[in-house]
Design a protein around this ligand. Structure first.
Ligand SMILES: [Zn+2]
Length: 284
């Protein structure tokens, strides 16, 4: 997959948003989110989401460490800064100690901690983004990655073989609190990983800069694409045709029904319609 990062484009967006008071890292988050969202092979299957960890100021002037994460209803390909609502990070991190958290309570927790209460709902994968420590987290449902992780019930061995030791393996769990917690535990077991492959789901990459997280996403999606290209079975089985094909006039009656097939019996090619094994239902 082609890496579309261009320094000039990134800096132009940083400058344009800077004039509107948008800080550099949020502008870069918008830039790479658009790069990811503009590529159908990354976002066909239910999209994906991105985040950046920043500081934000609320209405009374208090400063908070926040997670700016893609909001529901926003298209990554045309996202704006307001499509990445800021959620106070500390309460999200505190939730990791819970034994369980229903989807409804998770949404309530996320909404209750929005810096701007008018923001869209943060992504259902917000907690997973929060629990990973890196500043930039990218997540897609890449078609090539899905072609590998959707190979039957036991895809762990294949995933480890294709992506290698720098990508953590996360078994399938429905998106939500349980998946976020499991993914964070797998990350904690080996913080040297550059991303996570989620079985039957997609891929996360993360880094301290927008460019590095995006570069990793493109690199590992390319690994998946190369593997799929080299290992796709040819669905068309080659056959050898007879040297001399029968005349269309001789075989056409067979298409019209059994009784007329007999007329083709004496075909000069040596083909005999009656020598063809017929389905039992043809026998009267
Ligand atoms: Zn996802």
């Amino acid at each position: 997959m082609k890496n579309l990062w261009k320094d000039t484009d990134a800096e132009a967006l940083v400058a344009a948003y800077g004039q509107k008071g948008v800080e550099r890292d949020l502008a870069l988050r918008v830039y790479t989110t658009r790069l990811l969202g503009g590529e159908p092979r990354l976002v066909l299957h239910g999209g994906g989401n991105t985040s950046v960890k920043l500081e934000a100021t609320d209405l009374v002037g208090d400063h908070w460490p926040v997670l700016c994460v893609k909001g529901s209803g926003w298209d990554m390909g045309v996202i704006e800064p307001q499509g990445l609502p800021a959620v106070k990070l500390a309460p999200l991190l505190k939730a990791r100690a819970l034994e369980s958290l229903s989807d409804e309570d998770m949404v309530s927790l996320q909404r209750a901690n929005l810096i701007d209460p008018g923001s869209p709902n943060p992504s259902v994968e917000t907690l997973l983004h929060a629990f990973l420590p890196q500043k930039f987290v990218d997540h897609t449902h890449s078609t090539a990655v899905l072609a590998i992780v959707d190979q039957g019930d036991d895809s762990e061995a294949l995933i480890r073989k294709v992506f290698g030791p720098k990508m953590g393996y996360v078994p399938y769990i429905k998106p939500g609190f349980d998946l976020a917690k499991a993914a964070a535990e797998i990350y904690d077991q080996d913080p040297s990983v550059e991303g996570l492959i989620l079985d039957k789901h997609g891929i996360f990459t993360f880094a301290e800069t927008a460019k590095d997280a995006y570069d990793l996403m493109i690199r590992y999606v390319t690994v998946a694409e190369d593997y799929v290209a080299q290992n796709t079975a040819n669905p068309l089985v080659p056959v050898t045709l007879p040297k001399r094909l029968p005349d269309p006039a001789q075989i056409a009656p067979c298409c019209a029904g059994r009784s007329r097939c007999a007329t083709a019996k004496a075909a000069s090619t040596g083909w005999s319609a009656t020598s063809v094994r017929r389905p039992r239902s043809w026998n009267s």
